[in-house]
Structures are given as C-alpha cells and as structure tokens.
Design a binder for this molecule. Structure first.
Ligand SMILES: Nc1ncnc2c1ncn2[C@@H]1O[C@H](COP(=O)(O)OP(=O)(O)OP(=O)(O)O)[C@@H](O)[C@H]1O
Ligand SMILES: [Mg+2]
Length: 509
C-alpha cells in the first residue's frame, strides 16, 4: 500500500483535507482511508494547494471528497467522519472498480480510455451506455467527434448495427488506420481499419465520390410535402397536392408520377404545385433506387449518411425521412436493434426559439419512445443550449467534454439529474480529450482520458451556422452525374511510409 499523506484539520463525512507526503498525487486521483466502522472508503482529490507555513516549510494540502464504500450492491457514504490524522493511501484498482461500478471484463463493453489520474482502463457496459440514449456535449474542438468515433469503433467490434448522421463527412475516415503510434502505446491500442464494416451513402456524390448515391423513397404525407416545397403552398394548392397524393395511395410512386397526378387537376392553381415538385425532382434526392431500411441497419455494419455538400433544408429532409422510416421498420420488428448517432443535433432538433427543423418531431419521438423498440439515440452537439430540451433530457448517459459557455453549462445542468455545482467547475476545467461520464453506465460520475483512436480521425470542415435559405431547391444542382463523379474521384488517404514498419510492433504482440 502506498501512503500518500494524513488527514489534516477538521473532518466531515463527505469533505476533508489531506496533508500530502507523496508527490505522485494529482487532482482527480482516487485515495482510500480506513474507517473504524465501515472499512476501506474511497475518496477523490478535488483540489491541491501549496504554500509556505509559519515555520517556513512548504506544505502541500489536498481537498478530498468522500465517494463511499460498497455494501452489497450499493455505494454508501460513512455516517461519521474519519479519525483526525488518519492515514491516507493511494486507492487500489479493485476498490476503484467496485465502488465506481466499472466493468472488469472487456466483453460486451466500450473501452473508452483511462481513468483520470490512473492507468485503469474504463470499460462501459454497451447496453447500459446506449440503451437509454446518450448525449455527447462540449464546445467546439473539445473532442466530441473523436470520443464518438472511439465509441463507434467499440460498437463495431461488437457487431452492433449503427446509422450515423454525418453532416461534415468526418466519419468516413473510420475506413483508414490511425498512425499516432506513440499514443497507441499509452492506451494499449492497435491501428485498425473498419473499412469492411462501413457503408457510406451521400445525396451529393460529386462532393463525396467514395459514397453510394443516397436515394429516398418519394412517399409523403401532405404535411411533409408542404414543408419541403421550395415555395409556400396556399390552401387551394394544398388541396390539389392532397388529392394528387390520395390518387397514388397504396402504390409505389416517383416524383414524376406525383407531378402527373397533379396535372390531372383542372384548376390553374396546379402550376405552382407542379413547379415546386419539379424543383424537388431536380434535387436528385428522390431519383434512383431508394435505399432499403434493411440495408441501412445490418449486424456488424455502420451506415454513414454523409450530408456534406447538401443544403441545410435537404439535410433536414433526409434526416426526417430516414429516421421516420427506420423508426417504423423498428416498430414492426423488420430490422435489428441499432444505434442512431446524430451529429450537430442542434440543427436537426433545435430548441424552441432556435428555429424548427423538419426532423424535430421524429427525433423527439425517437428520444421518448425509441428505447422501447430497440432504437438507441446518440446526440452530439457543441451548443447544448440550442438542442430541444425534451431530447436532451431523455439521454441517460452523458459524456461531457470541456464546456465554458454559461448558457450551455446551464442547459447541461438542467438536463441532468443530480448535477452539482462542483461538476460545473470540473467541466470548465477539462482538457481536450477528457470526458466526464455520467449515467447508468457508471455508479458515480467519472473523468476519463479518452483513448486514442484505432482508425484515423477525420476533421470536420466548413461548419456554417445554418441559415435557412428561402428557396433552397433552386440552389441545388442535379447531383447524380456519374461522369462528374468519375472525374473528381479522390484517392483514399495515404498512409505514412513508415507505418507498415511500426505496425509490425503491434502485430508481433
Ligand atoms: N481523445 C483524444 N485523443 C487525442 N486527440 C484528441 C482527442 N480528442 C480530441 N483530440 C484532438 O482534438 C481535435 C478536435 O477534436 P474533435 O474533432 O473531436 O472536436 P469536436 O468537439 O468534435 O469539435 P467540433 O465541434 O468542431 O466538431 C482532434 O482533431 C484531435 O486532434
Ligand atoms: Mg465534431
């Protein structure tokens, strides 16, 4: 046992100071103290200060918070304080794992990284982490997408089906191996490509030449059609559109069929509807063979919906349509349980007052009902204050990285049960790549140094604040021209020439 100091001054059951005698202790380290009544109790160092005392000696004083001791399946806090001047030791792995409720085995778990201040790997139970939805929140550049990709790698290893809404096309790099070998040694991670488990779809295959063309089923309710039309429809036109849709009820149809159905109307008001539908047709999103839900959600596969290069309104439309179809298929039991990850969630289910998105309603429904059917939601955002509160508060697992904006901190604190002011401070002081994990997957909130990725990290580019253009369809050029696609076809990311040599180190293990 490694002695690190003794309790100093006034002692309370939940808070006390430690006069440190060892230098290996830092903020976030776990320590243990023997309580005369309850045995070994775990505590965490929240703060450390150094000063010169009256005798001119340097003093290192740590402020500690009691976490508790394990009795049966519960973590309890001592009802009486520790003895003054009791000895304090570095906590051992067994005590930390049992009190923090962390898994000891790798099976069916997510290896997220190392516990802050320790070399202890953090394995989170997959089911407990995602089955009641998950949110990943932090300011820009704090490491959200990186952390999410680590989780996706772990889900793929476990053959868990995934659908990724990827507005910036940053997850396609799961196909390529990471080459940050030094960091891999620290986290005991090997480079890995997930190419065989990734299928990438994009509405815009000129910008994303490696993706398959994403085509949606042209099947609408009147409400959906009215919402996505580039020109607002009056009552007369709505009734024309309604009749046209009714005529096509219970059959497969294309946008052209819908246009033909509108043409049957005698009224001159039909021309405005036809013009709107022509614009929709030229967006290309509904042209081609529609993608099947069974292809999107498959055992061991991640389907990336790469929306890079598509107009915001089209992005919303695609997310709304895909989510609705998948939710219905899931309810009917036609597809396996799966994880739906939505990046930039504030754009797809914004809080009231921050605009409305075509996808808002279905994402709210999935957040409240999805878990019953085995549709697990993951939302990612750099603006927690701008995500629909109903969606955010349904996420039982929270992975919070550095946040400094007071509005965002408030939104986080309001959506999490048991959030303390101390946590707010912890979140402000996190470093890049450090995450506070809360929820059913851990007994107590923990801070994790998120592990290095096995696959390459793709960087998000061109994030514009979404301004909804009034006539978005006009701006969309037909986006399914095969020759263009061939011309611009990019080469896959090149690996460093030394990579093969260094990879040998891992392969020999
Ligand atoms: N766990 C980590 N280990 C190593 N590097 C990391 C880690 N997390 C983040 N980084 C570094 O920080 C950069 C930003 O991370 P990331 O792209 O995940 O940020 P983000 O929070 O998603 O930002 P944005 O809001 O712009 O999407 C990465 O390119 C990477 O260099
Ligand atoms: Mg990101």
């Amino acid at each position: 046992m490694q002695l690190i100091g003794t309790i100093s001054g006034e002692v309370m059951p939940t808070r006390f100071n430690i006069l440190l005698s060892s230098s290996g202790v830092e903020k976030g380290s776990y320590v243990k103290i023997r309580h005369e009544q309850y045995g070994w109790v775990l505590a965490r160092i929240d703060n450390i200060k150094r000063y010169i005392d009256n005798e001119g000696e340097e003093v290192v004083l740590a402020n500690a918070r009691t976490i508790g001791y394990k009795r049966d399946d519960n973590v309890l806090i001592p009802k009486t304080p520790f003895r003054p001047e009791e000895r304090v030791y570095a906590a051992d792995r067994e005590l930390i794992l049992s009190v923090m409720g962390l898994k000891k085995v790798k099976t069916k778990s997510i290896y997220l990284g190392l516990l802050e201040g320790h070399e202890i790997p953090v394995y989170l139970d997959i089911e407990k982490t995602i089955r009641k939805h998950m949110s990943v929140l932090a300011k820009t550049g704090a490491g959200k997408s990186y952390t999410v990709a680590v989780i996706l790698e772990e889900l793929l290893k476990n053959y868990f089906p995934i659908v990724i809404i990827d507005p910036h096309g940053e997850y396609s790099s799961l196909k390529y191996e990471n080459d940050d070998y030094d960091a891999m040694l620290t986290y005991n991670v090997k480079p890995r490509s997930y190419e065989k488990q990734i299928t990438e779809y994009a509405p815009n295959i000129i910008v994303n030449p490696e993706a398959k063309k994403l085509t949606l089923k042209p099947r609408f309710t009147l409400e959906e059609l009215t919402e996505i039309m580039p020109i607002p429809l009056g009552d007369r036109q709505k009734s024309i559109a309604y009749n046209a849709l009714r005529r096509l009820e219970n059959q497969e149809y294309t946008i052209q069929d819908l246009i033909n159905s509108v043409r049957l109307d005698k009224s001159n008001a039909k021309w405005k509807v036809i013009s709107g539908l022509e614009s929709l047709r030229s967006s290309g999103v509904f042209e081609g063979t529609p993608i099947r839900d069974k292809d999107l959600v498959r055992e061991g596969n991640a389907s990336i919906i790469n929306l890079k290069g598509s107009e915001p309104r089209i992005q919303e439309l695609i997310v709304a349509k895909i989510c609705k179809d998948l939710f219905n298929s899931k309810k009917l039991g036609e597809i396996p349980n799966f994880f739906l990850l939505v990046e930039e969630a504030h754009n797809f289910c914004p809080e009231r007052g921050f605009g409305d998105a075509l996808s808002s309603q279905i994402l709210r429904t999935i957040a409240s009902e999805g878990r019953k059917f085995g549709l697990y939601l993951g939302v990612v955002s750099q603006r927690p204050a701008r995500i629909d509160k109903n969606v955010l508060s349904q996420c039982n697992t929270q992975i919070i990285l550095k946040v400094t904006n007071p509005n965002d901190l408030r939104a986080i604190s309001q959506s999490i049960e048991g959030f303390t002011p101390g946590m707010e401070n912890d979140i402000k002081n996190l470093s890049i790549g450090q995450a506070l994990v809360m929820g059913e997957c851990v007994e107590q909130p923990i801070t994790v140094n998120v592990r290095v990725r096995e696959s390459l990290h793709g960087i998000a580019q061109e994030r514009e604040e979404i301004e909804k253009p009034k006539s978005m369809i006009e701006k969309i050029r037909p986006i399914f021209i095969e020759e263009e696609k061939e011309k611009i076809k990019k080469k896959p990311a090149k690996k460093k020439s030394i990579s093969e040599r260094i990879k040998g180190i891992f392969l020999e293990e």
